[in-house]
Ligand binder design. Structure first.
Ligand code: KG4
Ligand code: ZN
Length: 340
């Protein structure tokens, strides 16, 4: 099979987004995501509800991805799916579906690590995206993970720094919840932050190892700060939401940049790529662009649709593995704590 007529279906179901995408020769032909609104009212993802919603969504989402790509399922060369890490109930839906479809169509099955996919999304051919050169540093910042990874080849990755408690997306979401914002709060904090003064309030930056992260203290300091201010002025949050969000975002972004600077110093690698939902954040995107002139870094920021959970990133990993016939056995199982 030549690369030209190799069509790979990617399926993602690790958390609360059911997604399917078709890739052909590095280009994404369709990228469909069904986001689950049900979790908003609970202020966070409810695993049991997520897995039930995946069951409802997966057939229509895959159908739509094939339709948009204008191909029939019999033209597919392989099926790539997220094996982990993620919520077990959610992963099981995508895994079982993918196994059955691959078996039914008689085509190979390819298992994908979700965190590697966030990094390898940079190799999707799309306008405005330039693939990084090896070796590069990847900072994966999402609702479930915060890592700095040294990438020496497509599948040669070493975690050189990570969070010791909450993920950065959780820091955004939990702080947003304290401010009365709905889940997921990250994008809303970003929206308000763009109109506020980042120096209005000061939040502490937790001290841990130079390339590791800690976010649980930040959330607590936001809570104490808000409680203290609201005791004096019940309208404090609504009157200052833009400045609070700007100050919070400034602290988080500055902290992420400190860690990247430490990693660059330690490894000597100045090519940086970011991935994961929080890489949609305007603050980190701007800070990285600035770092190009300020520190001489070469930075790679994914397109918005490849930042938050999506299946295009699963499909590109599928294609990379397909080239070396790196297939999964049909008895492969989902892995909630899958490592690189
Ligand atoms: O990668 P992702 O879609 O799912 C996980 O694998 O976790 O990341 C979701 C996280 C959420 O915490 C969400 O609030 C955050 O990414 N996020 C943002 C922004 N867009 C999404 N955080 C800050 N600013 C944003 N613009
Ligand atoms: Zn993710």
């Amino acid at each position: 099979m030549t690369q030209k007529n190799c069509y790979i279906l990617g399926i993602e179901s690790s958390c609360d987004d059911t997604a399917a995408a078709v890739i052909n020769n590095g280009e994404i032909l369709s990228n469909v995501v069904a986001t689950q609104a049900i979790h908003e009212q609970y202020g966070g993802v409810v695993p049991e509800l997520a897995s039930r919603a995946h069951q409802q969504n997966i057939v229509p989402v895959v159908h739509q991805a094939l339709q948009k790509a204008n191909i029939d399922k019999n033209q597919l060369s392989a099926i790539a799916f997220t094996r982990g890490p993620g919520l077990m109930g959610s992963l099981l839906v995508g895994t079982s579906f993918s196994k059955s479809l691959a078996l039914g169509l008689g085509i190979p099955l390819i298992d994908v690590n979700h965190m590697q996919a966030h990094i390898l999304a940079h190799f999707i051919k799309a306008e405005g995206q330039n693939a990084p050169n090896f070796p590069f540093l990847a900072m994966t910042i999402s609702g479930g993970h915060t890592q700095i990874v040294k990438v020496t080849d497509y599948f040669e990755m070493e975690i050189i720094g990570q969070t010791i408690d909450d993920a950065v997306g959780e820091a955004f979401d939990k702080s947003a919840k304290i401010l009365g914002l709905p889940y997921p709060g990250g994008p809303l904090v970003d929206k308000y932050a763009q109109k506020g003064n980042p120096k209005a309030f000061k939040f502490p930056k937790p001290k841990v190892n130079p390339m590791d992260f800690s976010f649980s203290g930040l959330k607590t300091s936001v809570l104490y700060f808000v409680e203290k201010e609201v005791a004096q002025n019940p309208d404090f949050i609504s009157e200052n939401i833009e400045d609070i969000c700007a100050s919070l975002q400034f602290t988080i972004v500055d902290y992420l940049m400190d860690k990247l600077k430490n990693a660059v110093k330690k490894t000597g690698i100045k090519e940086i790529a970011i991935g994961g939902g929080v890489s949609a954040n305007s603050g980190i995107r701007n800070a990285l662009k600035e770092a190009e002139t300020k520190y001489g870094w070469k930075t790679h920021i994914p397109k918005f649709e490849f930042c938050t959970d999506n299946a295009a990133m699963i499909a590109i990993v599928g294609e990379l593995k397909y080239k070396t016939q790196n297939f999964a056995e049909n008895n492969v199982v989902a892995s909630a704590r899958m490592k690189f």
